[in-house]
Ligand binder design. Structure first.
Ligand code: SAH
Length: 339
């Protein structure tokens, strides 16, 4: 769908609930025309909270001495997968900080082990920026998808959220590399990060249109008290929902998760995300003991539940809103697995 800059800016900023509801209804129509009422389930495994980066917003940044650090062993990761597979998950998402202990060799070893045991499941990586050569190795070892939010498409804004050692250009290059290699790619951004303007959000949407990622992760900024942004206000729930809806209109076939951050900022936040055009949920498969430690922001939900409880809880929640759980691999519509 074509939308002009002024139209997008209008919806980015409107506070009229009736207008927002009309936008969500259009987004739901577009979503249903490609995916019906189906909501895809992905099992999330947060396997390390070590990170060499110092993003000003993130709770597991290297410079936060108050984080109790952990790494899952390969055996622990495989048990998460086994539990997930038993519960019906056909996509495993491996996410971590940028942890140098996980060299390319170690990631490849992990991918090969998971691929061997679960030949038909999709494997998604979300481990940050690496070289094109590393991404190629991971792809050959069995990874199919990669999540790397661009965070903000504006150079100026990016510099306000990250230390000078990090660059937006490199992050964007990673996304283009991943696409070129043949991954299904997920980009995305936070809503309401400090210093963000409506024009920045417009820029995020225009960047998504250019990149055409198969997946888009959008969540509100939530402060974590031990970070430089710990005292900044959280992002707006309503604005996050509008960004989900606008993304659905611009990228009709995208797989868009109703994120944990959305579930954290408001009761039934994830369900409302689905009502605004999202069509994926990512319940947690990480061992219960480490969930609290993967604290990107404060008050994260579902940290006390077992994987099986998350699966059942999420299914009930989405059915209550008229959606249908889909446990299949759920590649992007039109995606050709053998290509
Ligand atoms: N190291 C990986 C995974 C990052 S964590 C990578 O670089 O891609 C996944 C996402 O959590 C980040 O991309 C960011 O958008 C989001 N995030 C981090 N801190 C957050 C916060 N304080 N509030 C909301 N979302 C946050």
């Amino acid at each position: 769908m074509e939308l002009r800059d002024d139209e997008l800016l209008h919806y980015i900023t409107t506070e009229d609930p009736a207008e927002a509801e009309a936008l969500f209804a259009r987004a739901r129509e577009v979503r249903s025309s490609h995916y019906g009422q189906d909501v895809y389930f992905r099992g999330l495994i947060e396997f390390s909270n070590y990170c060499k980066n110092n993003c000003y917003y993130c709770g597991i940044r290297a410079g936060n001495p108050r984080v109790e650090r952990y790494r899952l062993s390969l055996e622990e990761m495989l048990s998460c997968c086994r539990m997930g597979d038993l519960l019906g998950y056909r996509t495993f998402v491996f996410q971590s900080g940028e942890d140098p202990w996980f060299t390319d060799d170690r990631i490849v070893e992990m991918l090969e082990a998971v691929r061997r045991e679960f030949p038909d499941n999709a494997i998604t990586l979300s481990i940050g920026e690496r070289s094109r050569a590393s991404y190629e190795r991971f792809f050959r070892a069995g990874a199919n998808r990669y999540l790397l939010r661009h965070e903000t498409a504006s150079e100026e804004h990016y510099r306000k959220l990250h230390p000078p050692t990090m660059s937006l250009q490199e992050r964007k290059q990673c996304l283009w590399d991943l696409k070129g290699i043949g991954y299904q790619v997920g980009a995305g951004f936070m809503v309401g990060t400090p210093f963000q303007t409506p024009e920045n959000l417009l820029g995020d949407l225009r960047f998504l249109q250019k990149l055409e990622p198969q997946m888009v992760g959008i969540g509100p900024f939530l402060p974590q008290e031990d970070t430089p942004f710990g005292k900044h206000p959280q992002g707006s729930f309503e604005q996050t929902l509008r960004m989900v809806a606008l993304t659905r209109l611009l990228l009709p076939k995208a797989l868009i998760p109703a994120t944990t951050a959305l579930g954290t900022i408001a009761p039934q936040g994830r369900e409302k995300g689905l009502m605004a055009g999202a069509n994926v949920v990512m319940p947690n498969l990480s061992p219960k003991e480490v969930r609290k430690l993967y604290a990107l922001y404060d008050h994260k939900i579902c940290t006390g539940d077992e994987a099986a409880e998350c699966r059942v809880c999420m299914e009930g929640r989405i059915r209550n809103f008229g959606f249908v759980p889909n446990m299949a691999r759920g590649d992007a519509a039109g995606w050709n697995r053998s290509a």
